[in-house]
Design a protein. Structure first.
Ligand code: HEC
Length: 120
């Protein structure tokens, strides 16, 4: 009986490891597509969901609106946007103030900025 239990535990352990490895290899749970990042498909969506509640045209907190490509690319190319977004949790200058964007969203913003913050 003891052995049967040990065998089952071991099998479950192996199965669990295999499942995890497949997940690591193929990223089935959380695919982060950064191959073709664009302002309209990715960046504007991230900024609308996380930034423009405070930084919008009618109420530009800290004098900054991130609404529309012109505003967003100006802040991005000046360096301020990534400077704030890539700070660690707990840093008083981190944006958004309540906690870091997901790794994936940060990667997309970084890619867009590195490619020239295009209106694409
Ligand atoms: C809850 C409101 C709020 C949200 C959401 C928010 N910010 Fe801010 N942001 C502020 C405040 C308040 C300041 C001024 C204080 C400071 O500088 O930290 C600021 C300052 C900034 C600055 C510096 C000002 C400048 O002109 O350089 C940048 C850049 C910035 N935010 C970018 C962002 C980005 C990018 C996001 C989304 C990822 C975001 N913020 C989300 C409230 C917010």
């Amino acid at each position: 009986m003891k052995y049967a239990f040990a065998f089952i535990s071991f099998t479950l352990l192996l199965w669990n490891c295999t499942a995890r490895n497949e997940e690591d290899q193929y990223g089935t749970d959380d695919p982060c597509e950064t191959a073709a990042v664009s302002y309209s498909q990715d960046v504007s969506v991230i900024l609308s969901a996380n930034c423009t509640s405070c930084h919008n045209d009618s109420n530009p907190t800290a004098g900054l609106s991130l609404e529309g490509h012109t505003n967003a690319s100006t802040s991005a190319l000046g360096g301020a946007l990534m400077n704030r977004v890539q700070r660690p949790n707990g840093d008083p200058l981190l944006m958004p103030p309540y906690g870091q964007l997901s790794e994936c969203d940060q990667a997309k913003l970084r890619k867009w900025v590195n490619e020239g913050a295009l209106d694409n």
